[in-house]
Ligand binder design. Sequence first.
Ligand code: AHR
Length: 335
Amino acid sequence: MARTTLTRTVLAAVSAAALFALGACSSDAGTETGGGGETGAAANDGVITLGFSQVGAESGWRAANTKSIQDTLTAENGFDLKFSDAQQKQENQIQAIRSYITQGVDVIAFSPVVETGWDAVLQEAKAAGIPVILTDRAVDSSDETLYESFIGSDFVKEGEMAGEWAVEQYDGEGYKAVELQGTTGAAPAIDRKEGFESAIEGSDIEIIDSQTGNFTRAEGKTVMEGFLNAHDDIDLVFAHNDDMGLGAIEAIEAAGLTPGEDIKIITIDAVKDGMQALADGKINYIVECNPLLGPDLADIAEKVLAGEEVEKRIVVKDEAFDQEAAKEALPTREY
Ligand code: AHR
């Protein structure tokens, strides 16, 4: 926790406006640090001040992820968590990170809304001597020294698992598929698409349309309505998350069709609402994306600040569920 703070003091002067603008959507469950004159840990008697910039509140998965972080990084566990919600906007995340630099937090963590465009602000954190930990989503940067560790699922693998199951079940039927993509430019949207496409290659499953539904239920529904208007031969939906799949279910039912039967649905996440729809027969298969990243984040933050070596990439393990497995798992499902 003893990290140089000289540059933080300089940065404090230039980022006051950013701090003010951030006020509306950030919260502080612990003690305020000063304007960057002293490290949070030193000022707070060993408490780790961690600034976290969350993507938003776009999905059930995100809500579970936020809860895991807020439940773990508590005062009781030795943390002063500063949390901000970027409302799915990269500029808000950059502003939040600059604000954390100004405040002189001990460590910054964030889940980047999109993959690219982070080098400048991460250089600022590095120059201020503040370590950065990525959770959930990766950044696309050639400079791996800009962050200490990346904790999250393998999104390409998730897409592959979804595609492999589709091939196992439906190859030979000439299925026409539509794809509900996640947020354009986000790592899970890019990687899940890549994984699914590579898994169905060589099969007779064909993706006839693909658009972003921005990981939300409302946009998933709207985009699915558009697909149904444009195509009368859809057999399969691959949704990059449960929420968009749940939106697609609403659109399919409104069109007088039966989700899970007339149109098969495969999604990713395995949050409770998705698992319930799977158990009810409205979704056919879900690949899990585990949102409970709080404990790993706390552990890595402590190790980094203690000067210990940490793994650059921590891959979170994911399972997959068919309808029977969902019925079994639901009663004890944590999220
Ligand atoms: O980055 C993880 C993805 O983001 C989840 O699959 C999705 O639900 C969320 O919004």
